[in-house]
Design a protein around this ligand. Structure first.
Ligand code: PLP
Length: 363
């Protein structure tokens, strides 16, 4: 069930999703207490539910995906320790280098392959020998689904192999699962199975699941004790956070299965765009709700197409001179997808005339 007939079709991100009526009701009715004392029953319930969904002993509610990753890496690594991660990962590119800035953690970026994976032989070769010249390798980070790599899904077999490799060398495995729910739905596998080999997982409630705020980190009871301390030092110890957790409970119980609709809409958008001259896209690589494509039109670049779409009340961000990213979400219906493909067809056919006025580049 999606909302349709939007005045604006907003495909900039799945973070633009607004809380559902059921979430607002649950927030209104939420029983609360002081969560820094561990006394908010709604936060406690959300944490227990997510821990169970992810097959881990414990979990902790945090303000954002960035905070979830940061408390996780701070809990695994000390100052001067090294974490191996993808060079297109959100932790490496989009979190201000917080692990280094606040934790003194040394990043060891390896090239992400187009499917979002790391070459595990390369990972193994990057683990440091015991030598006083080297930092100590502590952690491998994976991202599933992989944002920059097009919402690609890492398989159960790959996740298991990465965990086995990490543990064989005494390292931990952290999974940035901001869109883990999308990965699990795309694979038709339980989230717990997908992250069985991971020592910690951060999942977002506020992207495709439409909760207003929050992420959850899961791991062993001992790890979560450390994560709670790190959350506090980062200023993330919230008090009556049950009003937020209540929406999160609705998100994980009512909003996961419907992600399949977002995936079907993303594939329909990709297939529609693939039929147009002036767009380059491989629809078969669209596995979840992220649709990356290039404008190959001789007269139009991504910023101009974005502006022309905006004039038609369609929001899609340029992410490079020619590259654009569209993200299907709860507020975008199948009919909206047809409208969007129609708008692209018109804009590309009109060429330079489609983009009048000042070019506006979205942040
Ligand atoms: C959005 C995102 C995050 C961070 O989430 P915020 O809540 O915006 O801090 C982390 N990792 C990935 C892969 C993301 O897409």
């Amino acid at each position: 069930m999606s909302e349709s007939n939007n005045p604006v079709i907003d495909l900039r991100s799945d973070t633009v999703t607004r809380p559902t009526a059921a979430m607002r009701q649950a927030m209104f009715e939420a029983e609360v207490g002081d969560d820094v004392y561990g006394e908010d029953p709604t936060v406690n319930r959300l944490e227990a539910m997510v821990a169970e969904l992810l097959g881990k002993e414990a979990a902790v509610f945090v303000s954002s995906g960035t905070m979830g990753n940061l408390v996780s890496v701070l809990s695994h690594c000390g100052r001067g320790d090294e974490m191996i991660l993808g060079d297109s990962s959100h932790i490496f590119l989009n979190e201000q280098g917080g692990a280094a800035a606040l934790g003194g953690i040394h990043p060891r970026p390896l090239p992400n392959r187009p499917d979002g994976s790391l070459d595990l032989e390369q990972v193994e070769a990057s683990i440091r020998a015991d030598n006083e010249h080297y930092p100590v390798s502590r952690l491998i980070c994976l991202e599933n689904t992989h944002n920059r790599c097009g919402g690609r899904v890492l398989s159960v077999e790959y996740m298991d192999a990465a965990g086995e490799l990490a543990h064989r060398h005494g390292l931990a495995l952290h999974v940035d699962g901001a869109r883990l729910w999308n990965a699990a739905v795309a694979l038709n596998v339980a989230p717990a199975r997908l992250v069985q080999a991971a020592d910690s997982v951060s999942v977002c409630l506020s992207k495709g699941l439409a909760a207003p705020v929050g992420s959850v980190v899961a791991g062993s009871a001992d790890f979560i004790r450390k994560a709670r301390r790190n959350r506090k030092v980062l200023g993330g110890g919230l008090r009556q956070a049950g009003v937020l957790a209540a929406a999160g409970i609705v998100a994980i119980t009512e909003m996961v299965e419907r992600l399949a609709d977002d995936h079907a809409n993303a594939r329909a958008l990709a297939e529609g765009l693939a039929r147009l001259d002036g767009v380059a896209i491989q629809p078969e690589t669209v596995e979840t709700n992220l649709v990356f494509f290039d404008i190959t039109h001789p007269e139009l670049d991504a910023a101009q197409v974005s502006l022309a779409l905006k004039q038609r009340h369609i929001l899609i961000n340029p992410v490079g001179p020619r590259r654009m990213r569209a993200v299907t979400n709860y507020h975008v219906s199948r009919a909206d997808i047809d409208t969007v493909v129609g708008a692209f067809a018109e804009i590309l056919a009109a060429g330079a005339q489609a983009s009048q006025g000042k070019v506006y580049v979205y942040g």
